[in-house]
Design a protein around this ligand. Sequence first.
Ligand SMILES: C[S@@+](CC[C@H](N)C(=O)[O-])C[C@H]1O[C@@H](n2cnc3c(N)ncnc32)[C@H](O)[C@@H]1O
Length: 214
Amino acid sequence: MRFTSGPGRRPDPSASRDTYRGRAERYDLELAPFEPLRAKAIAQLAPPAGATVLDIGCGTGLSFEPLLECIGPTGRIVGVDPSPDMLARARSRIACHGWSNVAVMEATAASAHLQGHADAALFHFTHDVLRNARALDHVIAHLKPGAPVVASGLQWAPAWLLPTNAFVLGAALYSVTTLEGLDQPWTLLAERLQGFEVRSFPWVGLYIAGGHVG
Ligand SMILES: C[S@@+](CC[C@H](N)C(=O)[O-])C[C@H]1O[C@@H](n2cnc3c(N)ncnc32)[C@H](O)[C@@H]1O
């Protein structure tokens, strides 16, 4: 990972694009051990049949299938991601399954031309987006009142869990452009939502957090 902005600084979308250029091909395999977290996050989001869901930082589209299981053929997914390489994989997945109700946009979360108001938003392993207030404001402005929002991913474990934190550091250096906020990645989101709750899994350095739009 190219830490052009340095740990503790602002997220850097162009550095992120470089990272995922090299990683897209093996990304799905690398994420396999974390699929139970995705399942839990989507179960918490629980978008109803027919809902439109924003999958922010959708990557290769690993969340599409489990989201479609919730929203069904009348629902819609809009994936947003600035990495052409990750999106190429997402587009192949869409084509391969013939999903006509899944679309992707090549854009950062802060600049995506989102239209209308969606029913739910998922931020799965998108630390850079969660530490970008402008991105969160933009996405939340395109959600309906009451829409559920769930974020999930890496967080520092308590300091004494050294092996876990070694793993979190390695995974973060490989995936994100800022370590800022890695102790509580959800704080900017929590300021913008109601009924916010956090579930931390300290032994594995993971969390799921979420609330709903006021
Ligand atoms: C670790 S991957 C997660 C992909 C997917 N959410 C998943 O669960 O497998 C992080 C993704 O966030 C994307 N990303 C980075 N900066 C972003 C930004 N500013 N806006 C939207 N997506 C961004 C990256 O391109 C990458 O595809």
